[in-house]
Design a protein around this ligand. Structure first.
Ligand SMILES: [Zn+2]
Length: 192
């Protein structure tokens, strides 16, 4: 009977430190779903339980959306209604088990048509901006709210209609809708 020297994959559980091999008829099996000893599912994700700085930063940004859209709708009840922000959504998203991946969080953050990727400097940089037609990635000042003053025709004023929604505000609402849809999709895709 021949004798073979072989290389074997050995697995080690991140929870109970049990080590085992998974081999049948001379072949490594699939990566095990559960620890062979304690039966826990994410036996190889010991590191995933640790939150790294980058992940932390992304989580903080998503957590800040509640304040972001509150600020956006501060002056306009109409816009607030249009944004329709679900205040519990970010928490439900961030509390997913297993936690949202960096890729999933980046998908939520970078889906902004206004390029508002953080809740600070981008918020100020993009205020009252709209895309420049025919030049993707470029923005210009939003002048959609400016109208001729009915009392003094030579004067330009900001539209005083409380129900008026500017092009910039429409984009903010669109951004909120996209982000909510992305988060909801990810939450639903985890439901088993
Ligand atoms: Zn184990």
């Amino acid at each position: 009977m021949p004798i073979h020297n072989i290389k074997v994959k050995e697995y080690e559980c991140a929870h109970c430190a049990y080590r085992w091999i998974n081999r049948t008829n001379g072949k490594d099996g699939n990566i095990p779903l559960r620890c062979a000893s304690c039966k826990r599912k994410n036996w190889n994700h010991g590191q995933a339980n640790q939150i790294w700085p980058k992940e932390n930063g992304l989580r903080r940004r998503i957590n800040g959306f509640n304040t972001l859209y509150e600020n956006d709708s501060y002056y306009s009840a109409h816009l607030k209604y249009l944004i329709g922000w679900d205040k519990g959504l970010c928490e439900r998203f961030l509390n997913l088990e297993p936690r949202p991946t960096i890729q999933e969080m980046e998908e939520v953050i970078y889906s902004s048509p206004l390029q508002r990727y953080n809740n600070g400097s981008d918020f100020y940089r993009m205020q009252q901006k709209v895309p420049l037609e025919g030049k993707p990635g470029f923005f210009k000042k939003d002048l959609s709210g400016l109208i001729q003053d009915p009392k003094r025709l030579e004067k330009v004023i900001y539209n005083p209609d409380p129900n008026f929604i500017s092009d910039y505000q429409k984009l903010v609402a669109e951004e909120a809708h996209i982000r909510q849809a992305v988060m909801t999709n990810i939450i639903n895709s985890r439901a088993t």
